[in-house]
Write a protein that binds this ligand. Sequence first.
Ligand code: MEV
Length: 291
Amino acid sequence: MKIKTSAPGKLIILGEHAAVYGFPCIVLASDKRIYVEVEEFNGGSDIILAPGVKDIRFVKKTINLFRHKYSVTKKVRIKTYSDFSSTLGLGSSSAATVATIKALCKFYIIPLKKIDVFNLGYKTVLGIQKVGSGADIAASVFEGLIFYAKKGKLIKKLKNNQLPIITAYSGVKADTSELIFYVNKKYKNKKNHVEKIFKKIAELVVAGKKFIEREDFVNAGKIMTENHLLLKDLGVSNSKLDGLVSASLRAGAWGAKLSGAGGGDCMIALVSEPKRNAVNRAIVDGGGQIL
Ligand code: MEV
């Protein structure tokens, strides 16, 4: 019998990097998903085919941790499929991790609560990346729009999960772990400065949550742009992302920022329906790729 499950990728709306230090962030599960198929395999070791996953270790580590925790031994054949490219920085590793846990739960008939899936998924990510807030795992598990803080001790689903955003790929591939370590080095060398930035980001996240809940997108947009400027100050933006953010704002977006680790990957713009086409065009003219 073949079992199929899936989990979504993510977009960080506000609060990236500060979230790694326990500060709050807002994360949105994307409509693009990773699918996992699992069936029994009567061989000596598992077969894992993960073409859409950037790093197969996430699937392997998930299986090992799951087996260890739940004392199950049956070998499996696992195959992953993806709605989106693993090079975009949209959380494909976390989505693959969560979809694999869900598939194993079904396969071994071990019903897990969402929080248990989150804990196991976060443990997998930390086992491989060593660092991370866990926000992307939370988005993959709980879906929708999430207020996330204290590395998972606070996970709150927001009522509103319909954000009028445009997502675009900057065309530059970034390495999340490298950027997290870059910020960590800066945190150690210039603790006061970086902590001030994190605190300001945290204030924006809390204010942004209120505006998003009230669907006050004019002010939510302003908050996003301010968050981008703080990330720029932190040193994780680049000229391509700054250019796409400026182009979006000139074309009438309510707000825009990089989304995720920075250094490339994706940016988002919050836009009204009448401005959507103009902002799309401005991003494409600036060299971005609308997703
Ligand atoms: C990456 O998508 C977001 C970061 O805040 C890392 C994390 O939250 O684990 C940079």
